[in-house]
Design a protein around this ligand. Structure first.
Ligand code: NA7
Length: 539
């Protein structure tokens, strides 16, 4: 097989995925280390998750000035966001801007899906085969496939028989879906459903929302950015970057170091009200024990449930929307633009599928155990086979043909979320075992890419042929990931995709590292400073 591979397809590194992580990784390996690198990307352009998630209302829940790269002062100066929370088209424009600014496109191969990646031990190479049968090989394989890229379409009986149109939010057609005047059903009320529902309600003739789990949501209070704020970002880029690196969630705000239980009721209400008025994920930052202490969490939960009951006029609908079974922020906490208000519209109907589950889909709509709902369009806002789905889909096999699917049969096992034992010279950006989905992603991507780049520079300079995570170090890390999660309320949620519990048959393992971004960064730096403790370096 080696003879059939052209010299252009023999590289130092192959990166899979042209989202933010793949783009930055290409820049550092190519432009800082001078390596021969290509990015393979299934889509026809850059953007990763933002290329595909074009559903109505799609926008970022991180504030725009925290959802960008800060590694290059020139890049920071070259861009201005227009809104507090940018919409998908603007984010995609930013990502295209990054690609052009860093002149990345010549080294990106689009419309190229990785069908398999095998480690060839005798040649110490990763051999990647695309779905078109092209073969690429390189010493290093870097997966930059995102955490939320593998859609979870529920296996509901009869979906194939539906005569209308159905679509998953993460595969929204580029040309859009004409919802005007139609009877639309949305299944799912996570962050995506909560963003999409208010916008779909404005377009559709009638909207039916199928809710399995009621959810908290905080108003985003989105607004255009003032010129003053845009100037502030450019003038304070270093401070903004430093702040994001210090905070547990890699956002641009600090968590107040106080307990929700140490202030009076009156003071607590005033604090929550101010955070509610300000809007956004900062609501979580009002107290530092909301995710650790159930009693503290209850105070926030009660405040938000009360708000829902105030906003929603029909008491039965309000009761259903505020009948939330998990602690606040123990599932990914959505933020919204008029989500609860949408249920006051005449053309919106809420269906409780917790107590009356969906039985099947037929030619004309959705049948629950209680009623039939005729529909023209079904929108699945049902989330993702998160964190491991896109990695496992790539048919990766490591040393001795060990398949990643087998290595992870009991759940993902990584060292620092960066490497998997048995898979030498393969690196994973924001993979399971790293803070990933619990934190704002761009600062983490910078940290991961910088760490991997320094590491590869070390391997190249010292003539090290192979780097591989030690099995015992990986087991210890999995334990640390579990311990960090168990110190919070996060693992208490049923159906949590943090645990893989939203995908039938998926092992239940808490996947993201919940110890905080700053702590994680410190651990990674220490491991590197100690000569890559916990990795085998083979010359
Ligand atoms: P989520 O957060 O996984 O939400 C998916 C929603 O779909 C949630 O309400 C689920 O209910 C519901 N769901 C999933 N499967 C089913 C089935 N089979 N039947 C009915 N309802 C179902 O995904 P999102 O896309 O909203 O958000 C993911 C991330 O994307 C988000 O955090 C941002 O980072 C961007 P459940 O709660 O499981 O009962």
């Amino acid at each position: 097989m080696l003879n059939t591979i052209s010299s252009e397809q023999t590289l130092d590194a192959i990166i899979v995925g042209a989202g933010l992580s793949g783009m930055y990784q290409l820049h550092t390996l190519r432009d800082q280390l001078g390596l021969r690198v290509k990015v393979l990307e299934a889509a026809e352009g850059v953007g990763g998750t933002w290329h595909h998630n074009r559903y109505p209302g799609a926008r970022c829940d991180s504030e725009s000035h925290s959802y960008m790269f800060y590694f290059s002062p020139e890049l920071v100066q070259s861009w201005e966001w227009t809104e507090r929370y940018p919409q998908q088209p603007e984010i995609l424009r930013y990502m295209n801007h990054v690609a052009d600014f860093l002149k990345l496109r010549p080294d990106m191969v689009f419309n190229t899906r990785v069908a398999s990646a095998q480690f060839d031990e005798p040649h110490n190479l990763w051999r990647v085969i695309t779905s078109e049968g092209q073969v690429w090989q390189a010493k290093y394989l870097i997966t930059a496939v995102g955490c939320l890229s593998s859609a979870n379409v529920p296996a509901i009986k009869g979906l194939d028989s539906f005569q209308g149109q159905w679509v998953h939010t993460s595969a929204w057609p580029k040309e859009g879906v004409d919802l005007r005047g139609k009877r639309v059903g949305v299944v799912g009320t996570g962050s995506t459903g909560i963003q999409a529902i208010p916008v779909i309600a404005e377009q559709a003739g009638h909207l039916t929302v199928f809710q399995r789990t009621a959810n908290y949501s905080i108003p985003a209070r989105n607004a255009p950015l003032s010129d003053d704020f845009k100037r502030h970002v450019k003038q304070n880029a270093n401070e903004i970057r430093a702040l994001m690196q210090e905070t547990p969630n890699a956002h641009c705000f600090r968590i107040k170091q106080r307990s929700a239980l140490e202030v009076s009721d009156e003071e607590r209400q005033a604090i929550y009200q101010a955070a509610w008025d300000k809007g956004g994920l900062q609501f979580r930052a009002t107290f530092d024990d909301l995710l650790r202490d159930k009693e503290a969490n209850d105070t926030a939960a009660i405040f938000i449930k009360h708000k829902i009951q105030q906003v929603v006029q029909d008491p039965e609908v309000a009761a259903l929307l505020s009948d939330i079974d998990h602690p606040f922020a123990a599932k990914r906490p959505p933020i919204d633009s008029h989500y609860f208000e949408t249920f006051n519209r005449d053309n919106v109907h809420l269906v409780d599928i917790r107590h009356h589950p969906i039985e099947c889909i037929d030619a004309n709509g959705i049948q629950t155990t209680q009623a039939h709902y005729p529909l023209d369009v079904i929108v699945f806002a049902t989330g993702f086979d998160a964190m491991t789905g896109s990695l496992l889909r790539m048919n990766i096999s490591g040393r001795d043909g060990l398949a990643l699917n087998d290595a992870w049969h009991a759940g993902p096992r990584t060292y620092l979320g960066l490497q998997v034992p048995g898979f030498p010279n393969m690196f994973t950006i924001t993979g399971p075992g790293s803070p990933s989905v619990l934190c704002n992603l761009p600062p983490q991507i910078e940290q991961h890419v910088n760490w991997i780049t320094d590491c590869i520079a070390h391997l190249q300079t010292h003539g090290i042929k192979q780097m591989e995570a030690d099995a015992a170090a990986s087991d210890d890390w999995v334990q640390q990931v579990n311990d960090a999660a168990n110190a919070t309320l996060l693992p208490q949620v049923r159906h949590s995709w943090y645990l893989g519990a939203n995908v039938p048959g998926k092992p239940r393992v808490f996947m993201p590292y919940a110890g905080g971004f700053a702590r994680y960064r410190g651990i990674c730096d220490e491991v590197a400073a100690q000569g890559y403790r916990g990795f085998h370096l083979r010359t």
